[in-house]
Ligand binder design. Structure first.
Ligand SMILES: Cc1ncc(COP(=O)(O)O)c(C=O)c1O
Length: 450
């Protein structure tokens, strides 16, 4: 490795960072992370912190998951690559598809389509949804509905259903035929409603209204995160996703559950859809499927959709979508080992228990620090603090103050993620109570320094 002087000197000078202004990366060079162990990361200066970001919602088992590392190394030796395009396959991906079928059986999902990540998974689900309707002779069903504040990656289809202007405006015009309804976000919503159940009903009414306006027979799919993540951790009322499912059924609209962050235990349940008692038609997964150690994803497909594709005799069900790295054997081997560890450790149970501790501690911080406008969580290890300059007007806290909170929290031993006015916490699911307390006390120091 190059020495630390070289790294600091060249940091952000020859690359553009995702989700960052190039000039900002030059002016405020990013933290250079050079090591990871357990739930901790170390920077180029040797400063160690708890990683309360969990990589990027993906390192659920921490940085020392030896079985996944070994599986990757062994697969690299045995077969470092082979394609799964028509006519070929590999042993690892077959074994993985068998395991995923069992894992997702309670969600009613029985086939996998492999991808290289979350945005890829979203794109495939959107495409297959349209194809499903075409096979069935309903080629007019081409539109997509989604939630404002939702995040579905940055491919053009995904960006079109995204509900945040930051990921859209500079790339418009996006895909035509995408429409958004208000998110069940109690802190800020167009109905000025703070009761979660009432707000859920209002959002559902808006969905019904939009479907009536567009014409149900023109809509291919509704895509949503069971708990909105990147948009600032927005858990809907428990009635919301079941109500969406019922409306989709009524109108023949497919339901895509985007579980790029919620699949594999983060919510305290094995999947977000299961958390709410819903069976989707497609489920997008990625991230924790390999513990973040290899770029990989899977779209899981429901029995009903499977039946339509597999019984087609017209030829319309031939899948004209796929990636060079779909079913990559190294990714598949990583996912097999990761799934075994995920199940062996029952990480969803720890996510629920530690998540409850973290949420309770954050609520106390919210009472103590005036700049905390809203505290969200309560469903596993995904929480957020929304920061405000003034509680009455809910004006967002200034960028400099938020940067200071980040800096002081980091100096006190915890890496958190800042996204707009939100501090987002998505630590590894193998966190201990001591780690939770460490996160809370560092954040206390950070918030106190704003
Ligand atoms: C819900 C959701 N969908 C899609 C994506 C995109 O995944 P990727 O960044 O792996 O392309 C993300 C990424 O955070 C996500 O949270």
């Amino acid at each position: 490795m190059k020495d630390s002087n070289f790294l600091k000197e060249n940091n952000a000078r020859h690359m553009w960072h995702p989700m960052a202004h190039p000039a900002d990366s030059l002016a405020n060079p990013p933290a250079i992370i050079t090591g990871g162990k357990g739930v901790r990361i170390t920077d180029v200066d040797g400063h160690e912190t708890i990683d309360a970001v969990g990589g990027l919602w993906n390192v659920n088992l921490g940085y020392s998951c030896q079985p996944v590392k070994d599986a990757i190394a062994q697969q690299l030796d045995a077969l470092p690559y082979y394609s799964t395009f028509r006519g070929t396959s590999n042993d690892a991906v077959i074994e993985l598809s068998y395991m995923l079928r069992d894992f997702f059986a309670p969600d009613g999902l029985s086939r996998a389509f492999f991808t290289s990540g979350g945005s890829d998974s979203v794109e495939i689900a959107l495409r297959l949804a349209r194809q499903y309707h075409k096979i069935r002779g309903e080629s007019g069903r081409t539109k997509y509905l989604s939630l404002k504040k939702g995040y579905h990656g940055t491919h053009t289809g995904g960006a079109s259903v995204n509900g945040n202007a930051n990921f859209r405006t500079q790339y418009e015009p996006l895909l035509p035929g995408c429409f958004h309804i208000p998110a069940p976000y109690t802190y800020r919503n167009p109905f000025n409603e703070t009761d979660p159940e009432k707000l859920s009903n209002l959002c559902i009414a808006a969905l019904e209204d939009e479907i009536a306006f567009q014409g149900g027979e023109t809509i291919a799919a509704f895509i949503m995160e069971p708990i909105l993540g990147a948009g600032g951790v927005i858990p809907p009322h428990k009635s919301f996703m079941p109500a969406v499912r019922a409306i989709c059924d009524k109108h023949g609209i497919l339901l895509i559950s985007d579980e790029v962050i919620t699949a594999f235990g983060r919510t305290g349940s094995w999947t977000g859809a299961r958390h709410w008692g819903v069976k989707p038609d497609f489920m997008c997964t990625a991230k924790a499927i390999t513990n973040g150690y290899f770029p990989f994803g899977a779209v899981m497909i429901s029995e009903e959709v499977v039946e339509v594709f597999e019984s087609d005799t017209s030829g319309k069900a031939a899948i004209g979508s796929g990636y060079t790295y779909s079913g990559h054997p190294v990714g598949a081997a990583a996912a097999i080992a990761c799934l075994k560890e995920t199940e062996r450790l029952n990480v969803h149970e720890n996510a629920a228990a530690r998540g409850a501790e973290l949420f309770a501690g954050l609520k106390k911080l919210g009472e103590k620090h005036e700049i905390v406008g809203d505290v969200r969580g309560g469903h596993g290890l995904m929480c957020a603090l929304e920061l405000v300059g003034d509680r009455a007007s809910k004006a967002p806290l200034g960028k400099d103050q938020i940067a200071r909170i980040h800096e002081v929290t980091y100096a006190n031993g915890v890496m958190v993620r800042v996204s707009g006015p939100n501090i987002i916490l998505s630590p590894p699911l193998v966190l201990t109570t001591d780690d939770v307390n460490g996160i809370l006390s560092a954040l206390d120091a950070g918030l106190g320094a704003a």
